[in-house]
Design a binder for this molecule. Structure first.
Ligand SMILES: [Zn+2]
Length: 209
């Protein structure tokens, strides 16, 4: 049984997700997605609920999704991201922001590719979904999709960044809408949750298909 805890932070309403299993009271393992601006509260929650954090997974490397990453890395938690996100993780803006918080640059411990990542009791299927950025990924966990800045409720991510591409975004959303026929809960990088069935019929990207 997978549980999802959401932490919201910042003026951009960024969502940090902690997913964890609770197979037994004594042993819970968790993975945190896009940790940003909620280190203290997330850490407190992890300690109080006796969760062993196994990994930090990044949907992409924009500064507003990665602020807490060095703090988790300092605690020995491994960071998983697509290698093309080094472009954003090493951008002047991100480096300067981390420096202003006395935090070191972010390194990738394991480069994501399209496969299953299994952390005791949690299986994460990675879909590479470029468009918002070159290395953007969506994570499928059970009947949930963590869509980063690729898919939003009734919307989709900007493609006007230096490594953004609208045609790639169209292909990625087609891929996301068709990788399975089932419905999935959608947990985006910002603001409201949605469902894949709703987005399959209402998302404004459909007018460009
Ligand atoms: Zn972004």
């Amino acid at each position: 049984m997978i549980k999802i805890k959401t932490f919201v932070s910042g003026i951009l309403s960024n969502n940090t997700y902690l997913i964890f299993n609770d197979r037994s009271i004594d042993k819970k393992e968790g993975v945190i997605i896009d940790p940003t601006g909620c280190f203290a509260s997330a850490r407190q929650y992890i300690i109080e609920n006796n969760i062993e954090l196994k990994a930090v997974m990044l949907t992409h490397g924009h500064f507003d999704h990665v602020i807490d990453v060095p703090k988790w890395q300092r605690l020995g938690i491994r960071v998983f991201a697509h290698k093309q996100e080094l472009f954003n993780l090493n951008s002047d803006r991100t480096i300067l922001m981390l420096k202003s918080l006395n935090l070191p640059p972010i390194t990738i411990d394991e480069e994501l590719s399209e496969k299953n990542y299994v952390f005791e009791g949690i299986t994460i299927d990675v879909l590479h979904t470029p468009g918002h950025t070159k290395g953007s990924c969506c994570f499928v966990v059970g009947n949930n999709v963590f869509s980063g800045d690729t898919l939003f409720f009734n919307s989709f991510g900007r493609t006007d960044f230096p490594d953004g591409d609208f045609n790639q975004m169209k292909c990625s959303l087609k891929k996301l809408f068709t990788f399975s026929e089932q419905d999935y809960n959608v947990f985006p990088g910002h603001e409201d949750f949605s469902s894949l069935n709703y987005e399959r019929t209402h998302n404004p990207i459909l007018m460009y298909f």
